[in-house]
Design a binder for this molecule. Structure first.
Ligand code: B12
Ligand code: SF4
Length: 440
């Protein structure tokens, strides 16, 4: 039995397959808040549960096992169509169960989700989910819960946004079925949530309302100790949007790892304008093995248009300095299909990626732009001349979902598969081809 069953949605190709992935920190944080307030919770990752099994059978079994009062589903844009299907199946068999949607997609597409769910939680969910538990016990009214949207009399009601500050506690790792993922020995942790930047393709700052919330150092260290001691973690990804956003704090984290004798390899995401030789050396000494930089375009004008606020020179310096510091994996990511990209600017991107490889980048990743709800390119898509072709969010990152003023959908996809990937990453082309075949 559980008051709440929290599900991580499956997606069309299960591209976030568990062997490459980690348990959902979002759901573990929600579970921790619920448990602290006396509610019982179970977490299931539908990507794991559905492997070669009928979705309806799996959902019926889960509901029978836990008899939850409420089912919450965590949804990204890529998994929205599958999450709607989950809600439809549960509703058909168990109309009395309260269906709750949360995560990045529902936050920015609440009305769409309310076609399938009773309640949408917008933004960080720890406080609203506890309030929803109180509502289920008759202690609270939906109208009094900040940060939610819900159906009432055939209309979508959007309550005011709630206080955004996330709690500082430790996510409920004991509910995550860690053993199911542990073959890859990969764990993830957040030392600070949110991002104040305004990159036009990204939704991270929109969900945190452009704020950054560092976690207490003691809590970060306690979680690392738990992951190493209890689960044998050898590799941890710091999922902070920009680990090095606050330089002083990043150095403190590195120092604390060393002083507390915590031995593990870790990776993190950084902006190229937030690293320098001293910081990178501290990171390397504390066990940093891999660093991801978003570079986004190799063309100055296009890079400027993304509002990322970085320069090509900063990208070169960040890669060269990371190499000099001895970081073993330096991953640089780019996007093609920006609103003003042309064939020529995409050639610039490929040429610049090659330059970064010469300077020490070990992996280059390139994706085709997707205007995610909550991002500026989504809000301003008409003004920017971007057309979104995918319907009902039923698409994968392997297909181009847009056309721009300069490039058709076919153009972008052709350039991606026949020029960009073969030039930069031949292995990835082979992997993608295999994936397509498997998907039938
Ligand atoms: C870890 C991560 C992953 C992991 C796991 C994702 C997961 N589902 O947990 C992996 C590696 C699998 C992954 C894959 C992808 N990811 Co990713 N990922 C992240 C990352 C870096 C951190 C997520 C996280 O743990 N956040 C911290 C937790 C605490 O926050 P949270 O998950 O949002 O949860 C809170 C609230 O949203 C809410 N909430 C969440 N779920 C629910 C459910 C309920 C019921 C309720 C009430 C509340 C609630 O409450 C939580 C606690 O406050 C984010 C960036 C970010 N800042 O969020 C990108 C991000 C989520 N990913 C993104 C993308 C694009 C992808 C990929 C498409 C990349 C790719 N090209 O393959 C795939 C698609 C995966 C899929 N199935 O859809 C985008 C999503 C945009 C969108 N609108 O969907 C993000 C936002 C990055 C970005 N630049 O914009 N990703
Ligand atoms: S791309 Fe990085 S720096 Fe830009 S808004 Fe997103 S998380 Fe912040």
């Amino acid at each position: 039995m559980a008051d709440f069953l929290l599900l991580l949605s499956d997606d069309r190709l299960n591209i976030s397959s568990p062997e490459k992935s980690v348990p959902s920190l979002g759901l573990m944080y929600l579970a921790s808040a619920l448990e602290d307030n006396g509610f019982s919770v179970a977490i299931r990752d539908l990507r794991l549960e559905l492997e070669a099994r009928d979705k309806e059978d799996v959902l019926l079994e889960l509901i029978k096992e836990f008899s939850p009062k409420a089912v919450g589903v965590s949804i990204l844009t890529f998994s929205a169509a599958q999450a709607y299907e989950t809600a439809r199946i549960i509703r058909k068999h168990f109309p009395k169960i309260l269906l709750i949607a949360g995560g990045i997609h529902p936050t920015f597409v609440p009305n769409g989700c309310l076609g399938f769910f009773d309640i949408v939680v917008r933004g960080y969910g720890e406080k609203p989910i506890v309030n929803i538990g109180e509502y289920l016990e008759g202690r609270k009214k939906l109208g009094d819960i900040p940060g939610i949207s819900y159906n009432e009399g055939g209309k979508c009601v959007h309550n005011e946004s709630g206080e955004m500050t996330p709690p500082c506690g430790i996510p409920a790792w004991h509910l995550a079925s860690v053993e199911k993922y542990s073959s890859n020995n990969r764990f993830a942790i957040i030392t600070g949530r949110g991002c104040p930047f305004l990159c036009n393709y990204c939704t991270c700052s929109a969900i945190s309302n452009k704020r950054y919330f560092p976690r207490e150092m003691g809590s970060v260290l306690e979680e690392i100790r738990l992951l190493i001691g209890e689960y044998g973690a050898k590799q941890i990804t710091f999922l902070d949007d920009t680990f090095t956003l606050d330089r002083k704090r990043a150095i403190e984290v590195c120092r604390a790892i060393g002083e507390n004798g915590l031995h593990f390899g870790w990776s993190c995401y950084c902006r190229v304008d937030t690293v320098d030789a001293e910081l990178l050396e501290a990171m390397k000494n504390a066990g940093c093995k891999a660093i991801h930089f978003g570079v986004e375009s190799g063309n100055r004008k296009i890079l400027f248009e993304t509002r990322k606020g970085i320069t090509l020179e900063q990208a070169e310096a960040a890669v060269a300095t990371s190499k000099a510091a001895g970081i073993s994996e330096i991953i640089c990511s780019f996007i093609i299909g920006h609103a003003k990209d042309t064939e020529e600017t995409i050639v610039d991107t490929v040429a610049f990626a090659c330059r970064l490889k010469e300077l020490g980048a070990t992996v280059i990743t390139v994706s085709m732009l997707i205007p995610y709800p909550g991002s500026e390119v989504w809000d301003k898509r008409k003004e920017l001349g971007i057309k979104v072709h995918a319907r009902d969010w039923n698409f994968t990152h392997e297909q181009c979902a847009i056309s721009t003023k300069n490039l058709s959908r076919e153009n972008i996809e052709f350039l991606y598969y026949n020029f960009v990937l073969p030039y930069l990453n031949p292995k990835e082309v082979i992997a993608t081809a295999k994936h397509d075949k498997n998907a039938g």
